[in-house]
Design a binder for this molecule. Structure first.
Ligand SMILES: Nc1nc2c(ncn2[C@@H]2O[C@H](COP(=O)(O)OP(=O)(O)OP(=O)(O)O)[C@@H](O)[C@H]2O)c(=O)[nH]1
Ligand SMILES: [Mg+2]
Length: 329
C-alpha cells in the first residue's frame, strides 16, 4: 500500500516496482490494482503500431518530446517486437530512448512479449493503469503490427497511429494485416526515402476499401459483444501525414492530429464509449486467464494428461473437451 501511495505521488522507483509486479502478474499487483484503478481513467492512451522497422520507436521518442513541449507528462510502453527479424532493433530502441531519459516528465518501460498475445494485452493494460494512476497525461504504447496483436492494442487505447514507410511493399502488408482498419491517424514515416507519393496513393485506396471492412466489423461487434475496437462513423477523417522522425520533421502536425482526435472523441461521446469497451476488454482478458488458471489448479498433472490423451486419440474434439471443462465447473 505504501508502494501504491508512492506511485500515486509519481515516485519513479515505486512506479518501476509496480510495473515489474504487473509484468510478472504477481499476486501483490492484485492488491495494488484496486487502489490504482480508483485513480486511473484520466490518461490519454495512444497506440503506435505498424510493420517492423517503419520507425515507430524513433517516432514515439520524438512525439514524446513534442508533447513535453506542451508541458504534458509522457509515459512510453514499448512492447518488444516478438519477431526475430526485428530483434536487432531492441538495442537500438534503448539507445534512442536514452535521449529522453534525463527528463522527469518522461517514463519509458519496455515490456517483454511472452509469446502469447493475450499475455501482452493483459500486462500492457496493467502497465498503462500504473502510469495512468501515477498521473501521466499521455501514455504512448508502441507495438509491432504483426497481424493480431494490434487489434488487441487498439482495444486498450483511445487513439491509434499506424506508421508506414515507403517501399518494400508495405502497402500490401498493411492491407493483409488489416492494420488500416484500426487507424485513426496514418503516418508515412521515412518521407525522405523515394516512393513516398506511391505509398501515399496506395494507402489512400487501400484505406477506402478497408474502411468498409471496418464498418462491417463494427456491426459484428455490437451483436456479439466482443472486444474489437469501437469504430466511429464518418465523423472522423483519418489524416495521412508524412514525417521524417529521424530529423524530427512533421512531428507537430502528428501531435496536433492526435489532440484533434482526442477532442473529437470527447465532444461526440466516444471517449466514454471507448473507456467502457476497454474496461470490458481488460475484464475479459483477466477472466480468460483466471478461468484457465483455475482449471489448471483443479486438475492434477495426471488428470490433464488423461484428458490430453483422449484428445490425441481423437476420442473427443478440442471443442467438446473445452465445453465439458466449463460445464463441470
Ligand atoms: N531514412 C529514415 N530512417 C528512419 C526514419 N525514422 C527512423 N529511421 C530508421 O529506421 C530504422 C528503424 O527505426 P525504429 O524506430 O527502430 O523502427 P521500429 O518501427 O520501432 O522498429 P521495430 O520496433 O523493430 O519494429 C532505424 O535505423 C532508424 O534510424 C526516417 O524518418 N527516415
Ligand atoms: Mg521499435
Amino acid at each position: 500500500v505504501d508502494l501504491v501511495q508512492k506511485a500515486l505521488n509519481n515516485d519513479r522507483l515505486a512506479i518501476a516496482k509496480l510495473l515489474t509486479l504487473a509484468e510478472s502478474q504477481d499476486a501483490g499487483f492484485l492488491h495494488a490494482s484496486s487502489i490504482l484503478f480508483q485513480h486511473s481513467g484520466k490518461g490519454f492512451r495512444i497506440g503506435i503500431t505498424g510493420a517492423p522497422g517503419t520507425g515507430k520507436s524513433t517516432l514515439t521518442a520524438k512525439l514524446a518530446l513534442a508533447f513535453r513541449a506542451l508541458d504534458k507528462t509522457v509515459a512510453i510502453i514499448a512492447v518488444d517486437p516478438s519477431s526475430p527479424f526485428s530483434g536487432g532493433a531492441l538495442l537500438g530502441d534503448r539507445i534512442r530512448m536514452r535521449e529522453l531519459s534525463g527528463d522527469k516528465g518522461i517514463f519509458i518501460r519496455s515490456m517483454a512479449s511472452r509469446g502469447a498475445l493475450g499475455g501482452i494485452a493483459r500486462t500492457t493494460a496493467d502497465a498503462a493503469m500504473v502510469f495512468d494512476a501515477a498521473g501521466f497525461d499521455i501514455i504512448l504504447i508502441e507495438t509491432v503490427g504483426a497481424g493480431q496483436s494490434e487489434v488487441e492494442i487498439a482495444a486498450l487505447v483511445h487513439t491509434v497511429l499506424v506508421v508506414e514507410s515507403p517501399g518494400l511493399g508495405d502497402e500490401i502488408q498493411a492491407i493483409k494485416a488489416g492494420i488500416l482498419e484500426i487507424a485513426d491517424i496514418l503516418v508515412i514515416n521515412k518521407a525522405d526515402l523515394p516512393g513516398v507519393l506511391r505509398t501515399e496513393n496506395a494507402l489512400m485506396s487501400a484505406f477506402h476499401t478497408s474502411k468498409k471492412h471496418a464498418f462491417r466489423h463494427h456491426s459484428d461487434v455490437e451483436t456479439t459483444g466482443s472486444h474489437a475496437p469501437v469504430k466511429e462513423d464518418e465523423g472522423w477523417q483519418v489524416p495521412i501525414l508524412r514525417t521524417i522522425a529521424l530529423s524530427n520533421e512533421g512531428l507537430i502536425p502528428v501531435r496536433e492530429a492526435i489532440l484533434s482526435h482526442q477532442t473529437y472523441l470527447l465532444e461526440n461521446g466516444y471517449w466514454s464509449e471507448k473507456e467502457k469497451q476497454r474496461l470490458r476488454f481488460e475484464f475479459e482478458e483477466h477472466l480468460r486467464e483466471l478461468f484457465f488458471q483455475h482449471w489448471q489448479q483443479m486438475h492434477s498433472e495426471a488428470e490433464q494428461a488423461d484428458l490430453m490423451r483422449q484428445l490425441y486419440e481423437r476420442k473427443i474434439s478440442p471443442q467438446h473437451l473445452a465445453l465439458k471443462q466449463v460445464e463441470s465447473e
